[in-house]
Design a protein around this ligand. Structure first.
Ligand SMILES: [Zn+2]
Length: 316
């Protein structure tokens, strides 16, 4: 496997060289000056991917980025699921122009005036700039197939998808709106857990979102939770595992604490792959593993089934 990837890298460099070398210099000196530049470690790395190719961490194939985007960020060779942004995911799931975003401008406040290596305030500003998101979740009402649905999608690229006050509040408002309008809720999670920078305020979101879901369930409305890579800690221990149906993407890492912490606490040998979607499906936590490209069709199927009673009640 290694030799393959090495061979590919070399091809990439060689194919890059002619493009840079064509204007041949008159003197030998200038061509000498150019070669060391190409050979330097940093420029080599930049020459190969250049934002055009991505190496699959599972099968090590080099995938053309455009091909990866067109395939919903799934490796066409081995079906490895790459992370996908919240907006791209929403685009792949909802009917065109039906997404009405809620609380789009809501941003976190640095209540604790947290200072670590960097301040929380500067972190927030940095991530808002690089991701063009306000926080780690996008919520709104939309249509998926014929079903009007309340949809929340987390984004791991914003501070590791951590759940602070904004994530908790936006999801709670989404769930409450769904309860009021008698709509199903779908939340797609991807999170490292509660946001440390907000301390206690982050932890309170676990109870808040769970309570909102309990009221939603009392109205006999369906909630589908989707766990994507990775869904861990506070999110996993609250709304992510409260679904009437719990789905996961293939190969997603799902767990509460890291394996080392569990091993030290329980003093037991852990089975291999115990924090993967596949293992948790075998052990009954997850109802189904659904590949990303089939997700929309499966949502429609599940919602058809879960809303039968509701439609019958309306028509009678
Ligand atoms: Zn692959």
């Amino acid at each position: 496997m290694d030799t393959h990837s090495f061979a590919k890298k070399k091809i990439g460099v060689e194919s890059g060289e002619p493009a840079l070398t064509p204007p041949p210099a008159d003197t030998a000196q200038t061509s000498f000056a150019k070669k060391p530049k190409l050979a330097s470690g940093k420029s080599k790395k930049r020459d190969i991917p250049e934002g055009l190719w991505t190496k699959c961490p599972t099968c090590e194939a080099m995938i053309f980025d455009k091909e990866l985007d067109e395939n919903s960020k799934v490796c066409p060779k081995c079906q490895h699921h790459f992370p996908i942004g919240s907006r791209e995911r929403i685009h792949s799931l909802v009917e065109t122009c039906t997404f009405e975003e809620m609380d789009a401008g809501m941003t976190s406040v640095d209540v604790l005036r947290f200072k670590g290596v960097a301040t929380y305030k500067s972190k927030l500003e940095g991530y808002q700039k690089t991701t063009t998101l306000k926080d780690a979740v996008v919520t709104g009402l939309c249509k998926i197939g014929p079903h009007r649905t309340a949809l929340g999608v987390m984004d791991f690229s914003f501070l590791g998808g951590s759940m602070g006050s904004v994530v908790g509040e936006k999801l709670t408002r989404l769930i409450e709106r769904a309860t009021e309008k008698e709509l199903p809720v779908i939340i797609i999670s991807s999170s490292g857990g509660a946001r440390m920078y907000e301390g206690m305020f982050s932890l309170m979101q676990m109870a808040k979102t769970s309570a909102a879901l309990a009221y939603h369930a009392q109205q006999r409305l369906p909630y589908i939770s989707v766990l994507t890579h990775p869904t861990t800690a506070g999110v996993m221990a609250s709304y992510a595992t409260l679904g009437d149906l719990i789905l996961a993407e293939p190969g997603a890492m799902i767990g509460f604490a890291g394996p080392r912490v569990i091993k030290d606490t329980t003093q037991a040998e852990l089975p291999p792959g115990f924090q993967t979607a596949e293992f948790l499906l075998d052990h009954g936590l997850i109802d189904a593993i659904v590949p990303r490209k089939e997700m929309k069709a499966r949502f429609i199927g599940y919602l058809d089934f879960l809303t039968v009673g509701k439609k019958a009640a309306v028509n009678s």
